[in-house]
Design a protein around this ligand. Structure first.
Ligand code: 7TS
Length: 419
């Protein structure tokens, strides 16, 4: 057997073999409008490998029951699978303790939890929350709602023309009225990787806790919450090759202990009488009601999948693919890339002279290329660049140069169609 045959036969990757990884994702292997699918809409939601699809089917077929309440075998198996997934998250992001991992509906829900349970009690008239210009709406609107209620205000750290955070300006915004910094780790509209360690250190020097929106970071970077020393970290399973409807809020234990529950209901209590209710401890205190049990198991399977990849190799491969795409797009007359930060991951947001991004998206689709066109739920980014929208290609580790070549051809075809 030759060395290459051995590599080709490997069922799945030990180092990083993009073609082996591709074979794990059934949805990638189809034709769209007569062209091989180039799936470049990963920032919106990523595809799932068969390992996740099969584990969900296996769990639902054999082990499914409600959790934390059954004496019967299936409930015990389901509870073990659900709590086992929590342990996987602990290891995956290097949390200190399983009490620090709260299962939510996703990034949006995680941020709303912090707005409701952390920010609401600490915010007073005139207090401030700092965000950046490049936030997704889900890291803006919950803070606006809570600030309006409490008489507090949002301060916005600016970005430069490349789409990079102006870190000195951010640091100047920190002051004794600042109660929280809420910042995106990797921007979904621009791809910018923020200097989060420096931002966290600066905030902590002023005694201010930091929430990071990790929705776009978690599929591309290895995140170590202890190394970052971040206070809250939010992410969604569906952007990291897992199912929809489930996500995580990591919070430092002492902070979570100090916070009141988010929602009331089953599982989050220890004793209920009509006179007084005693809440459960962490993490149950923040998981009222029957959770997305199958979704959490699917998230666990996605983490198992990610854990077997060589992440040094994955990030190098993705960076190379992004460079390749950037070079190709820069060569097309009339194409302008929005978001050219030095530190960038995954995202190619662009404009074509004289053609609306929605028209671009539609013609790309006719060429088998799936992208998102619009404001990407980051309207302040569009306002910053004085544009209504962009077309956005966003990469995952299962994309390859063929996908980028298809994007390049489809953009050139779009320009031809409109000329
Ligand atoms: N934060 C960031 C940075 C995001 O990119 C998204 C979703 C969210 C929060 C919200 O995540 P959810 O899972 O709670 O919906 N971003 C995108 C996108 O870029 N295109 O579609 C959804």
């Amino acid at each position: 057997m030759t060395a290459s045959a051995t590599a080709a036969e490997r069922p799945t990757v030990t180092a990083f073999d993009p073609e082996a990884v591709r074979r794990d994702f059934p949805a990638l292997h189809q034709e769209i409008h007569g062209h091989p699918l180039a799936f470049l809409d990963n920032a919106a939601s990523s595809q799932r490998p068969r390992q996740v699809i099969e584990e969900i089917a296996r769990f639902d077929s054999n082990d499914y029951a409600n959790i934390h309440r059954g004496v019967h075998e299936l409930s015990q198996r389901a509870t073990a699978a659900y709590e086992g997934a929590r342990d996987k998250v602990v290891r995956f992001i290097n949390a200190n303790d399983r009490k620090e991992i709260i299962f939510t509906r996703g990034t949006t829900d995680s941020i709303n939890l912090v707005a409701s349970s952390f920010a609401r009690p600490v915010l007073n008239l005139g207090d401030e929350i700092i965000v950046t210009t490049m936030e997704h709406h889900s890291n803006i609107v919950p803070w606006q709602m809570i600030c309006r209620e409490r008489g507090a205000v949002i301060r916005v750290a600016p970005i430069n023309d490349r789409g990079e955070l102006e870190i000195e300006e951010f640091e100047k915004l920190l002051n004794p009225r600042t109660k929280l910094v809420a910042m995106v780790h990797v921007s979904n509209a621009l791809g910018t990787i923020n200097p989060v360690k420096r931002a966290i250190d600066a905030a902590h020097a002023k005694g201010v806790p930091v929430l990071l929106d990790g929705a776009q970071a978690i599929p591309h970077l290895r995140v170590d919450v202890q190394d970052l020393d971040v206070d809250f970290y939010a992410f969604s399973a569906h952007k990291m090759f897992g199912p929809t409807g489930v996500g995580v809020l990591y919070g430092k234990q002492a902070l979570l202990e100090s916070m009141p529950p988010y929602q009331g209901g089953g599982d989050m209590i220890s004793v209920v009488t009509f006179e007084k209710t005693f809440y459960n401890g962490l993490p149950a205190k923040f998981e009222a009601g029957t959770p997305n049990i199958t979704g959490v198991v699917g998230l666990g399977a996605a983490i198992d999948y990610l854990e077997q990849l060589d992440w040094g190799a994955v990030t190098a491969y993705e960076a190379d693919l992004l460079d390749y795409g950037t070079e190709l797009l820069e060569k097309i007359p009339g194409v302008k890339i929005i978001g050219t930060a030095e530190e960038k991951a995954s995202v190619l947001s662009f404009l074509i002279d004289g053609i609306h991004p929605h028209d671009v998206g539609t013609i790309l689709d006719r060429n088998g290329v799936a992208v998102r066109a619009g404001h990407h739920c980051a309207q302040p980014v569009m306002q910053r660049f004085s544009i209504p929208a962009t077309t956005r290609a966003s990469l995952a580790f299962y994309n390859n140069r063929d996908d980028i070549d298809a994007l390049d051809r489809a953009i050139r075809n779009t320009i031809e169609v409109f000329s």
